[in-house]
Write a protein that binds this ligand. Sequence first.
Ligand SMILES: *Cc1c(COP(=O)(O)O)cnc(C)c1O
Length: 417
Amino acid sequence: MTKLEQIRAAESRLLLSTYERSPILFVKGEGVHIIDEQGERYLDLLSGIGVNALGYGHPAIEAAIARQSRALIHISNLYYHEGQAELALRLTERTGLDRCFFANTGTEAWEGALKLARAYAGLKRSEGTQIGTKFLALDQSFHGRTFGSMSTTYKAKYREPFGPVVPGVEFVRFNDVADLRAKFSSEVCAILVEAIQGEGGIRPLTQEFFATARALASSTGALLIADEIQAGMGRTGKWCAYQHYGIQPDITTLAKPLAGGLPLGAVLCTEEVARAIHAGMHGTTFGGGPLACAVAIAVIDAMEKDGLLQHATEVGNYFQEQLRNLAARHESIVDVRGKGLMVAAEVDSAELGKLVVAEMLKRRILINCTSDTVLRFLPPYIVEHAHIDTAIAALDQILTEHTAHAAALSAGGHQRG
Ligand SMILES: *Cc1c(COP(=O)(O)O)cnc(C)c1O
């Protein structure tokens, strides 16, 4: 048995069967490449689902981990350490919000946002405002796997096995302004959006829908909450995807790329909303620890120093342009969309989506397919034009072979016919 076979056999006995992993054993990464136990190099255009923003083995991250792990790894939130205020300053400046709470993961940040919205609605009620406790979420939304997050996540397969879910959530048809207006009332304490849906298929809100959500929330004292866990921290070429719209939410959440591969999440809110929280109401043992904060600071500083927002915009535009050229040659690509390095090519069937991911893997390129038909690309921000060319050439070859294969099958069918 190979080492990979041994691990697969052991995992299949010992772990809960939550994942269908690709049969590769990765041992090391370098830049935008990741290397398996045989020494084979893979081009990573998924970066651990949008996490490894600076790729692998970035010197700024290595230095921060080495320095901080020697000094202090964990201290709890009972005491001060140097990192939280320093990181919170960077995040408040970049999100346009005023205050920050640190968590460990995306879903935990999102739970914090939901709790903050409920607490704020309670405060408003105590001050005489008529406002309820309901959340409006969107069709195809994804906010995480814990109870509150799962209850505000659209797909039934994520919620139904675990019912009853948290009550008080209603889903609005995606980008349907009339449906949003119809479902909004003073019963609603918050409207929950992703400026660009991630798991839902790299789908951007329309300006009109986003602006309507902002205006409706403001009209009653409800909150607009933007989940930037996937789209935020520079992936789209701006620090937050909502900044492309010129719309400011009351609360936002960050996680995936925040600490360059270490787990760290953050909830940010306005000074007004922060009034709802006082000591003891919310907390975490690990969140915002010295190590994760030190690395997040190093990631932000490296992004700034290397101009990676601008780079993400440029390479992302080039990527979309090349995908559009590809779509012009292959009818099976029905749409190309995204912003910066959050890019999608939608294909015309779920079978083709699966096939392309598998064929790319054979050619040692990592991508994935979300919402059945959406090929999703979330490369590290350090990706270069040449890597895009490699991926495009591989996609071209795969789709050409697929078309030839389909044509041969249907010609065979006619002969028999
Ligand atoms: C990944 C994701 C989450 C959940 O983050 P976890 O760290 O997996 O808990 C929430 N919202 C969005 C938009 C995400 O992409």
